[in-house]
Design a protein around this ligand. Structure first.
Ligand SMILES: NC(=O)C1=CN([C@@H]2O[C@H](COP(=O)(O)OP(=O)(O)OC[C@H]3O[C@@H](n4cnc5c(N)ncnc54)[C@H](OP(=O)(O)O)[C@@H]3O)[C@@H](O)[C@H]2O)C=CC1
Ligand SMILES: CC(C)(CO)C(=O)C(=O)O
Length: 301
């Protein structure tokens, strides 16, 4: 199987290393570099939980590799997806799937129609934690699990199974799911609470469980479930509150990705989290004052 990874950041290199470990007889994995990265052959450093580090070769994909690709795994931030795909799409094998792996929602609607017509589009959601220590040096900070499923087009069951088995062998656990869109909404709900609140109030994830945020969390999640319903996704409010509490407890000492971005002076993914709820709400005539305010406040940071 030929897999190309687009995005050599934390998640891209995590998958690249995991797949490369399996050996060439199982998978031929290459990386498509960003224009900022030199194209010449390079190495990258991978640091495990134990603190052990290793250097590994980084094999980059050219146009020929793109024309032979079976699965393109896109591991860039949500706001980078459209731009990152631009130089890749003209050369990508028509039979290749495009697997989007990012926080937030709304990137599918940004893809040109011809792309949607030609390629099966999948989503890969992961709870693994990975830190980019510096360019081409990553540290795996938390073991998690991943869900993969189809969001547009078709992929034969045999290909679904082969892909899932391979990813699961590389970085377990990976499961195929036929309701990936519902899972995306659940993850969006979690991110719509934890990410903006931690970024705005400079909190660790667990600190959003203080009583003073309870009413606001309920308001955010009420809006998310109302907007999700307009898209045919039923989310139970009490269940969402429990999921958010569970994730905040399990990651209580973590700094959310949005807070990290703010601290690092980087652009956040707020347009694809609270901003996505705001846009869909407007489209569907559903008021989303809480998410709209969070979107505006984080955008202004
Ligand atoms: N890190 C984590 O633990 C987790 C991350 N996620 C989500 O996964 C997604 C990816 O996150 P993460 O890997 O941490 O992000 P990073 O910022 O570490 O990686 C993004 C990579 O994309 C590259 N890139 C940006 N624009 C382009 C382009 N036009 N062409 C090619 N490459 C490009 C960047 O290039 P350059 O090197 O030049 O900057 C960078 O290497 C995000 O949505 C994040 O929220 C989800 C779960 C956990
Ligand atoms: C689940 C959570 C909130 C963990 O930090 C996350 O996905 C993020 O930080 O973006």
């Amino acid at each position: 199987m030929n897999i190309i990874i687009l995005g050599q950041g934390a998640i891209g290199l995590l998958w690249y290393r995991a797949l490369q470990q399996l050996g060439n007889d199982k998978v031929n994995v290459k990386i498509f570099p960003s224009s900022a990265a030199p194209a010449a052959s390079q190495t990258f450093t991978f640091t495990e939980f134990s603190g052990l580090s290793e250097q590994r070769p980084l094999i980059t994909a050219d146009k020929t590799a793109l024309s032979e690709c079976d699965h393109l795994l896109v591991c860039v931030k949500s706001y980078q997806v459209k731009q990152a795909l631009k130089p890749v799409l003209p050369h990508l094998n028509t039979g290749s799937s495009i697997i989007l792996s990012h926080n937030g929602m709304g990137t599918l609607a940004e893809l040109p129609e011809q792309v949607i017509d030609k390629h099966a589009i999948l989503t890969l959601l992961t709870t693994h934690g990975c830190l980019r220590v510096k360019p081409r040096h990553i540290r795996h900070t938390g073991r998690g699990f991943s869900d993969i499923g189809l969001v547009s087009g078709q992929l034969a069951v045999k290909q679904q199974t082969e892909l899932t088995n391979l990813l699961n062998l590389a970085l377990p656990q990976v499961e195929w799911t036929n309701n990936i869109v519902e899972k995306q909404w659940r993850k969006l709900a979690v991110n719509s609470v934890i990410n903006p609140l931690t970024a705005l109030h400079q909190l660790k994830n667990g600190q959003i469980l203080k009583d003073k945020f309870t009413a606001q969390i309920t308001a955010i999640l009420t809006e998310v479930s109302q907007v999700a319903k307009s898209q045919g996704i039923e989310l139970n409010l009490r269940e969402l509150e429990q999921v958010v509490t569970g994730v905040a407890q399990a990651t209580s000492n973590n700094i959310s990705s949005m807070r990290c971005d703010v601290l690092g002076g980087k652009k956040t993914e707020i347009d694809y989290i609270s901003g996505y709820i705001h846009r869909l709400g407007e489209e569907q005539h559903i008021a989303t004052p809480e998410n709209t305010r969070l979107w505006q406040q984080v955008s202004a940071l």
